[in-house]
Design a protein around this ligand. Structure first.
Ligand code: NI
Ligand code: MN
Length: 226
């Protein structure tokens, strides 16, 4: 699978020629100023929760691409009221068949509200399964034993986990999470964008290495085959 990093928790993943975009936060992110948001491809837009650092560019990208928005009911209704026509409301535990993959909504321990104060439903993560492989996109979350259910129920090739601490789990809990989900290839997200989530990348790499795991820090704009 081809994975492109657009900064913070925003990734594009290509499966079967389709582009899945997670949590677009590009134009307000100074670290991603070299990304041309108007060129970002999206056949599907998956939003983990309503916080601004996950949805800032969702409306514009959905409008331009016509990509199907997959998120919780409240987030889908929020964008439907703003004129987005293509969406699939879900809630925790539910799975949906898209043409080239299935997406399952899983629990996240966090909060979810829009910048204007509108309630953003339950925060979540996603498990994607496809003929090309499976992965978990955790969204913003604390470490939770629910992650064991993901490890028991799915054979993951890799996982996107937050490692920035403060608003989500930090790297030590991310190592425990990787045990629970039974996945040793982790792509780091939700770090270094703001002062409150600054991390020492070398230290985190060392800790993962010591635990026998691989953590991947992608450059913003980089595409990798994973
Ligand atoms: Ni958040
Ligand atoms: Mn966040």
């Amino acid at each position: 699978m081809k994975v492109t990093y657009f900064g913070h928790s925003c990734f594009g993943v290509q499966i079967g020629g389709k582009h899945i975009l997670f949590d677009p936060f590009i134009t307000p992110n100074p670290l991603a100023s070299h990304i041309k948001v108007e060129e970002v491809k999206a056949d599907y837009i998956l939003l983990s929760h309503a916080h601004q650092d996950h949805v800032a560019d969702a409306f514009d990208i959905a409008k331009r691409t016509g990509g199907v928005l997959f998120s919780n009911y409240e987030i889908c209704m929020y964008y439907a009221q703003k004129g987005i026509k293509s969406f699939r409301p879900m809630n925790t535990g539910g799975a949906v068949n898209a043409s080239k993959f299935t997406v399952k909504s899983v629990n996240a321990i966090h909060s979810s509200s829009f910048d204007d104060g509108t309630y953003g439903g339950n925060p979540g993560g996603f498990v994607i399964e496809s003929a090309e492989g499976n992965f978990y996109y955790a969204g913003d979350t604390a470490l939770t034993e629910d992650m064991k259910l993901i490890g028991d129920g799915h054979r993951l090739n890799f996982a996107f986990l937050p490692v920035g601490d403060n608003f989500t789990m930090g790297y030590e809990d991310a190592i425990k999470a990787s045990d629970m989900i039974k996945c040793n290839t982790i792509i780091a997200m939700h770090y270094n964008t703001f002062d409150l989530i600054k991390i020492d990348i070398a230290k985190v790499e060392q800790a993962f290495g010591k635990a026998g795991k691989r953590i991947v820090f992608m450059n913003i704009g980089e595409t990798k085959e994973i």
